[in-house]
Design a protein around this ligand. Sequence first.
Ligand code: PMP
Length: 444
Amino acid sequence: MSHLFYQSKSPRPFLERGEGIYMYDVNGRRYLDGSSGAMVSNIGHSNPAVLAAMRAQMDKSTFGYRLHFQTEASEALATKTAELSPRGLDRVFFVSGGSEAVESALKMARQYKLAIGQGSRFKVISRMPSYHGSTLGALAVTGYDPLTVPFAPMMHEMPKIPAPRAYLDGLDINDPATGLHYANMLEQKIIEEGPETVLAFILEPVGGASTGALVPPAGYMQRIREICDAYDILLIHDEVMSGGGRTGKFWGADHWGTVPDIISISKGFGGGYVPLGAMIARGDMVEAVLETGGFQHGHTYAGNPLACAAGLALIGEIESNNLIANAACMGDLLKARLKGLMNRYPFIGDVRGKGLLLAFELVSDRVTMEPLAAGLSAYQRLVDIAYDEGLIIYSRRTRGGLNGDHFLVCPPMIIGEDGIEEIMQGLTRALDKFAAEAGLDVDS
Ligand code: PMP
């Protein structure tokens, strides 16, 4: 018996090592990391430059408590992060993961509004479905019942609006009327709640695990910004998954050019080398908070030099190897190939995403978008079958009148055409086996 307990659905072998886009278990089996873990290992495994930077930092110091020392590594990473951030967002607060980055964003928003005399504002509107983290504050803005319901009495209930899942509502994602339709739901909700009580709106610019790489419809992001401005509500972009280049731009929201007030980032920021995340806020907001006695928030390991040295080297690798351009280009290729699978598998209802943040969704009927029968446990079975075929993908099932089983295909940004071909071969074998097992039709 293992003394560790996670939510592991089926036992997995011990990991030996990772290299590039591959991982190897202790039995010598090779797996293509088609989901970069949980959309984390953006520059692949065992990058020599990142490892060298970590070794060099380890020889100097691995920890200096942030209230006792500044460190060159954290200063340098903060400067670089600010340079990469949209205009006006130039103050950086380091943390050790995505939930911490979101908690920090929520608390920064609240403390800023308190600092400027708007203490009546505390509600954070978010979307259903969405995922913003597992700590109680981040969970309160998460729209995913299986995770939130058990803890409901321990959280303040936060208002939700539907995520813009145009493909389920039969609306055209390219029609600006679609964007307006969903974005205006935010305005309705603000009015319903009382604008003077609303603090912020949080969204994932390109959706993550909860929506399966949901891309906002035309005009949506711009209209959301307008509404937030009109009601003096802060806009938080949760770029924990979409930030860092995976979508083919450094920030997911760069595809629409909209600028939030606060950003959270994590997964690809530490890239699987170190636990690292950040909350980035507008300079004037931070100044207002500092003037009222400081930001009442912090985590012990935040800003530790080892994590920051790794994070800085990781951004260096992304830049020197043009990995964001590669993510855009390989993402287009992979998306086209995934769309091609729809000819063979009538039970693939949708393929979506940006860059290498891609997903496909399985349905029992492509016209009605009815999900597959829950008893098939597709989200679990297909992942297990693919794993046996040496391909790692990531899945979620969102039920309760929401959507069905979706699968994220998000390989590291270093992937080339050969890697894409290998993913497609593994996926085709896995889908064939799954279809045979589930009794689903395949067109040959
Ligand atoms: N926000 C988003 C958009 C995420 O995808 C995640 C992780 N899946 C989180 C927050 C929470 O990050 P972590 O698991 O590192 O706490």
